[in-house]
Design a binder for this molecule. Structure first.
Ligand SMILES: NCc1[nH]cc(CCC(=O)O)c1CC(=O)O
Ligand SMILES: [Mg+2]
Length: 346
């Protein structure tokens, strides 16, 4: 063992004019135990939500090329992933379907099929009785031939007509065993409509996690590969997803979703929007989540693969940054890996 380096030893200090009243912030950083003692936030397995992709078939596990280490699973495989998540102590999984192209149509009618991929997966996971929450995505994009989250008329995305369909989609998911309904569509008024429909149909205990401030972002690219909307999407989502230039507007979006009955709110994407997370948390003091989206995941993996950054350290640093910004939890594709790491560290 070499003696620890002592940056403050020696007699030079008195000459350093910029040291105010002997205050040296490096003192607390010298040793590992001290760094742990002064640490302000921590990341635990309780902070993790694992997004999982579904596909048809049996025994299927196919790679998503733009998301190294991420696969789409058939329902049987997703059940095994959920078991693994439960074993690791991850509180919840979030399910996203890659709908067979032949089932996608103008109105996204497959979203209303009680035997669609999502509903079958909810039932199969629920049957296992795992101590884990099932979060389902409410939006039409994996089901429409045009890849939009809502119904289209000409160039327009219809709001209220879409909301009606989202309500029916949400009820089917709740019937199938979803614990948390997570509308990601950004239509106005959908949280209130879904909340009251759930309450009226005996699903008063089903929680709602609103994708409240969801931005029209370039960082969703790999996700669209994963669910097959990269080829279907016509145009962009800027008439319903938020403008990345806006911050006050995010507070208005969150305020409305909370008034309409959201139990939890989400900001998405994550890392470029840490300022939004902090404002939302400070303003509303509600359970606040961030989605570290597919593009963020892909960037960290790609730079890591090139040897340009240390992938594992970047992964951990990105997640602690979410905690520092005020999130109560993070949807992240790194979830199982991080859970394993955290378990080893104790
Ligand atoms: N309703 C669609 C939806 N739900 C979650 C994501 C993105 C998640 C990610 O990039 O990891 C998207 C993409 C989009 O709006 O096109
Ligand atoms: Mg809104």
């Amino acid at each position: 063992m070499t003696a620890p380096h002592r940056p403050h030893a020696g007699g030079l200090a008195a000459d350093v004019g910029s040291i105010v009243g002997g205050r040296r912030l490096r003192r607390n950083r010298r040793t590992d135990w001290s760094r742990r003692l002064v640490r302000e936030v921590s990341l635990t397995v309780d902070d993790l939500i694992w997004p999982l992709f579904l596909t048809e078939g049996e025994g299927v596990a196919e790679d998503v090329p733009s998301m190294p280490g991420v696969q789409r699973f058939s329902v049987d495989g997703v059940v095994r992933q959920a078991e693994e998540a439960a074993k690791l102590g991850i509180p919840a999984v979030a399910l996203f379907p890659n709908t067979d192209p032949s089932l996608r149509d103008d109105t996204g009618s497959e979203a209303l099929n009680p035997d669609n991929l999502i509903c079958r997966a909810c039932r199969a996971i629920t049957r296992e009785g795992l101590p884990i929450g099932i979060i389902t995505d409410v939006a039409l994009d994996p089901y429409t031939s045009h890849g939009h989250d809502g119904l289209m008329q000409g160039e327009d995305i219809l709001n209220d007509e879409t909301v009606e369909q989202l309500v029916r989609q949400a009820l089917l998911q709740a019937d199938a065993g979803a614990d948390v309904i997570a509308p990601s569509d950004m239509m106005d008024g959908r949280i209130g409509a879904i909340r009251s429909a759930l309450d009226r149909s005996g699903h008063g205990d089903v929680q709602v996690m609103a994708y409240a401030a969801k931005y029209a972002s370039a960082f969703y690219g790999p996700f669209r590969d994963a669910v097959g909307t990269n080829t279907t999407l016509v145009g962009d989502k800027r008439t319903y997803q938020m403008d990345p230039a806006n911050s006050d507007e995010a507070l208005r979006e969150v305020e409305l979703d909370l008034e309409e009955g959201a139990d939890m709110v989400m900001i998405k994407p994550g890392m470029p929007y840490l300022d939004i997370i902090r404002r939302v948390k400070d303003t509303f003091l509600m359970p606040t989540y961030a989605y570290q989206v597919s593009g963020e995941y892909a960037m960290i993996c790609a730079a890591g693969q090139n040897g340009w950054i240390d992938r594992d350290r970047a992964m951990m640093e990105s997640l602690i940054a979410f905690k520092r910004a005020g999130t109560d939890g993070i949807l992240t594709y790194f979830a199982p890996e991080v859970a394993r790491r955290l378990a080893k560290a104790v």
